[in-house]
Design a protein around this ligand. Structure first.
Ligand code: 6PG
Length: 470
């Protein structure tokens, strides 16, 4: 009987798509699922597909049989909900495994859990890999971007399979081994933080045009479709342009006009913010995006607020060229904030993160893929003053060109009563980072006044106190 090169536990949307992708690429894949009925329906689906992928898929309805069906050293990919289910599955499967085997968590797991699991399993010489998989169902089926953590031993086994199934950017597979233990899952978490920021920026631009300039959804969609042909090209711009041009099959109205304006969030954006703050990083665009999602879910309160506080919003007359430049500036700043969090995590956890390579494996397959990632990768390989992306020659120049438009858009929005938390955060962060002398000196005076905390004097070493303590 053929021993499978990899096993997939969990035949939900992502797990089954990955299994088909691997079979499509010629790998023998053992598959199983907690609900046995899912295995049958998955195999039926595979049999119906062109190329009869079922021949490369080996179903098992019991864990022992599933493990026995794997070539050694075994590689088992779990595509199951993050959290407690992963711990339960580790408990269930570890007794069946041998030293040198690898368990992979391909879910959106919290990297702290991944670090813990990796340390626990190391004691049994079992390798634990946290792998971020980006690109949704179609990405998993035809080419995701994958961010892999774990040991070199596991990567040596995973590399040929993952490079074969990954999205390709000009022949370069969008997958790599980024570092030990939680590195892969954390890079995915920050990917999602950048995703949240970009989605919020797009929502704010859409909102200004829809609610401020009274553009129709279709007109806004056509603008995004145009932007997707130029320097703003990205997956999120592409799908936004398409979504805005659909009509609701039930009412005939633009579909976006019948969707409730309350955003969901499974938590990865929130984790990014929590970790950023813990690492001493202020990713105010990502925080604004997470906050905006939370506020959007308070629909009833906001409707009451409109009655009590008045919901007036002024008309906005900003052209699409100005919006495009404002968006480009905000995208640069959003990516820059994400990479600063990664840099802080690399120091904290001693991960050898390669930022140029991370930008490269985001160029295709993942949700934040965009035309800008090539320039970001190049910037990380070149002169980077103080390690800051926004100070690189290319991006400093791009920001100088586009910030006036961001300033104009934020000013018009705020003056007109339109909420633009992410765009405003982007501008505030930019303006902060270009001030050699800010205003934190008065905070130091206050802290010393009430708490005797002391302060540094300009150009002098040591701790000083104000004359209020004489
Ligand atoms: C990806 C996406 C995906 C995302 C889920 C839920 O990279 O494919 O980021 O993993 O986490 O679609 O996203 P929310 O956090 O918005 O619920």
């Amino acid at each position: 009987m053929t021993k499978a090169q990899i096993g997939i536990y969990g035949l939900g949307t992502m797990g089954s798509a990955l299994a088909l992708n691997m079979a499509d690429n010629g790998f023998d894949v053992a598959v199983t699922n907690r609900e046995v009925a899912w295995i049958t329906s998955f195999m039926d689906e595979a049999s119906d597909l062109a190329g009869d992928l079922a021949g490369k898929l080996h179903p098992y309805d019991d864990l022992a049989g599933f493990v026995a069906g794997l070539a050694s050293p075994r590689v088992i990919l779990f595509m199951i909900p993050s959290g407690r289910p992963m711990d339960m599955m580790i408990e269930a499967i570890a007794p069946h495994l041998d030293p040198g085997d690898t368990i992979i968590d391909g879910g959106n797991a919290n990297f702290h859990d991944t670090r813990r699991r990796s340390a626990e399993l190391t004691r049994q010489d079992i390798h634990f890999v946290g792998m971020g998989v980006s690109g949704g169902e179609s990405g998993a089926r035809y080419g995701p971007s994958m961010m892999v953590g774990g040991t070199a031993h596991s990567w040596a086994q995973l590399k040929p399979i993952l490079r074969a199934i990954a999205a390709q950017f000009e022949g370069d597979p969008c997958v790599d081994h980024l570092g030990p233990d939680g590195a892969g899952h954390f890079v995915k978490t920050v990917h999602n933080g950048i995703e949240y920021a970009e989605m919020q920026v797009i929502a704010e631009i859409y909102g200004l045009l829809r609610n401020g300039a009274a553009w129709t959804p279709a007109k806004i969609g056509k603008m995004f479709a145009e932007w997707d042909k130029g320097p703003l090209r990205s997956y999120l711009v592409e799908i936004t342009g398409k979504a805005l041009q659909y009509d609701d099959p039930i009412t005939g109205h633009p579909i976006v006009d019948v969707i409730k304006d309350a955003a969901g969030q499974k938590g990865t954006g929130r984790w990014t913010v929590v970790e950023a703050v813990r690492l001493g990083q202020a990713a105010n665009m990502i925080e604004a995006a997470v906050g905006a999602r939370s506020w959007s879910s308070e629909k009833d309160t906001r409707q009451l607020g409109e009655q009590v506080l008045g919901g007036a919003r002024a008309a906005i007359t900003l052209g699409s060229a100005t919006m495009a430049e404002a968006f480009l500036a905000a995208r640069i700043l959003g990516y820059a904030q994400g990479f600063r969090i990664l840099e802080a995590s690399a120091k904290e956890y001693d991960w050898p993160l390669d930022y140029a390579r991370i930008a490269e494996i985001w160029r295709a397959g993942c949700i934040i893929r965009s035309a800008m990632l090539d320039d970001i990768s190049e910037a990380f390989q070149g002169e980077l003053p103080a390690g800051q992306l926004i100070l690189s020659p290319h991006f400093a120049q791009e920001l100088a060109r586009c910030i006036p438009a961001l300033r104009e858009v934020v000013a018009a929005a705020i003056t007109g009563g339109h909420a633009v938390p992410a765009l405003a955060a982007a501008l505030s962060w930019y303006d902060t980072m270009r001030q050699g002398f800010g205003s934190a000196n008065i905070i130091q005076a206050q802290r010393d006044f009430f708490g005797h905390h002391g302060f540094e004097r300009l150009g002098e070493e040591g701790k000083h106190h104000g004359p209020w303590w004489d």
